[in-house]
Unconditional design. Structure first.
Length: 441
């Protein structure tokens, strides 16, 4: 009989009201054994649900629950899929996990390739892990949209380290014919799947419209830990401009023909190309936000909207605490330009943007979310103004935690540098609100 280990209970949920706690086991739903997370969601969707829960003291409680149809019970499980998460069996030459040093927490080395996480949380799958019965289940339950890593549509084996005859294009065609929609991503490696190969890949994918919902083109991420891995390099400014221009040409044509852009280059390509980030209309519904596509534009617009609304308030504020905003090199100048807008309104505002070079993973890693506690510690130990408040994006921390990738915690960092550190949600309006609140303290 399959049990589901309850990892946490959502606040103000049905489960919390019933007194269900972390560490309890969900042992049955409506008298039947618990399946995986998809089964759980289906089986608990009805307005009346019976669940049996086993507690750590071996006692069991049966709950008869009346609720709204599709109302969430508020249970989260370990693993999140209830049954084991499917691991990736590929050996991609650009895999970021393969470029990580030893000694970090175990969860960071998990290479998932699970269609359930793709459907439920937008994790990208390669498709090579799918068994026929899983493909049949996807079609039967209409698990759509999925998020699928393509990279290139033909001769993909070299990139992902496989010698079989698996065809990602054939899989996408099969899913499309069954009504399944999908978002796709291309991790672009200079000299390997760019240029003519990228053009062919885009043409192949666009043949799958309207089931193809979007294409995200992102540059390969390279750390300093590539010993024994294939030689790869980052994109030059000129190459990045070529990618941006090609993507824009396809997108503009699709907007004219279909009313939707479909094809997007990541913010990182625009920064590398030294080109301005497009307007919000370019990103439409921000469907590839988690891939770093439109994140800077959305953040900027959130910040600017708040600034416009609160101009008179900001002019009247007496800022008396210096704020230091620490980020990665990718967004450094971008943040400086935003904060200068506050300075233009109120000269008492004192700030400094620190665009940290990533010493832990290497200088080619420029995003804020991969800055570790050690890098912050080394920089701010030497920082002279210890009275300043350090603001960091919450993306540097483990989800729902105060722990960095290298397991250093916020309190440990504060003790080491002798300064206060405050994580802020990656949201322009939240940053503005925090600046106003903390800058006057």
């Amino acid at each position: 009989m399959n049990y589901a280990l309850i990892d946490s209970v959502k606040s103000a949920s049905i489960a919390e009201e019933l007194g269900i706690k972390k560490g309890d086991l969900l042992i049955s739903i409506n008298g039947h054994s618990v399946g995986d997370i998809i089964d759980y969601l289906i089986d608990t969707a009805d307005e009346v649900v019976e669940i049996a829960v086993k507690h750590p003291d071996d006692t069991e409680t049966v709950f008869m629950i009346e609720k709204e149809y599709d109302e969430d019970l508020g249970l989260l499980f370990s693993p999140s899929t209830i049954t084991p998460i499917k691991r990736c069996a590929n050996n991609c030459m650009f895999c970021f996990i393969a470029q990580m040093p030893k000694g970090l927490r175990r969860s960071l080395y998990l290479k998932d390739d699970d269609y359930r996480l793709s459907f439920l949380s937008g994790s990208y799958i390669s498709g090579t892990n799918l068994q026929q019965h899983e493909i049949d289940r996807i079609k039967r339950l209409n698990l759509s949209p999925l998020y699928i890593s393509v990279h290139q549509t033909q001769d993909r084996g070299m990139l992902i380290g496989r010698n079989d005859d698996f065809s990602i294009l054939s899989l996408l065609q099969d899913l499309s014919q069954s009504g399944i929609c999908f978002h796709t991503q291309i991790v672009l490696c200079p000299g390997l799947n760019d240029g003519k190969i990228l053009v062919r890949t885009l043409q192949d994918l666009l043949s799958l419209l309207p089931n193809l919902l979007s294409i995200a083109i992102v540059p390969v991420g390279l750390t300093k830990f590539r010993t024994g891995l294939p030689d790869l390099r980052s994109f030059s400014t000129a190459e990045s401009r070529n990618v941006v221009n090609l993507t824009a040409d396809y997108g503009d044509k699709l907007v004219t023909e279909l009313g939707h852009r479909i094809v997007y280059a990541s913010d990182e390509f625009y920064i590398k190309a030294q080109l301005p980030i497009p307007a919000a209309s370019y990103y439409e519904k921000y469907e590839q936000l988690e891939n770093g596509i439109g994140m800077l534009r959305l953040f900027s617009d959130q910040f600017s909207a708040g600034l416009d609304f609160r101009q008179s308030e900001i002019r009247a504020v007496n800022f008396n605490q210096k704020l230091v905003i620490a980020s990665g090199r990718l967004a450094g100048s971008f943040l400086t330009d935003l904060l200068q807008q506050i300075k233009d309104l109120n000269d008492s505002f004192r700030y400094q943007v620190i665009a940290l070079e990533n010493m832990f993973f290497g200088p080619l890693v420029t995003v804020a979310g991969l800055i570790v506690g050690e890098d912050l510690m080394e920089y701010f130990k030497k920082f002279e103004d210890k009275s300043a408040l350090v603001l960091i994006p919450r993306s540097m921390l483990q989800y729902n935690s105060n722990r960095f990738l290298d397991d250093i915690t916020i309190p440990e960092l504060e003790k080491a540098i002798g300064m206060s550190v405050l994580p802020v949600d990656v949201d322009g309006s939240c940053l503005l609100q925090t600046i106003i609140e903390k800058g006057v303290m």
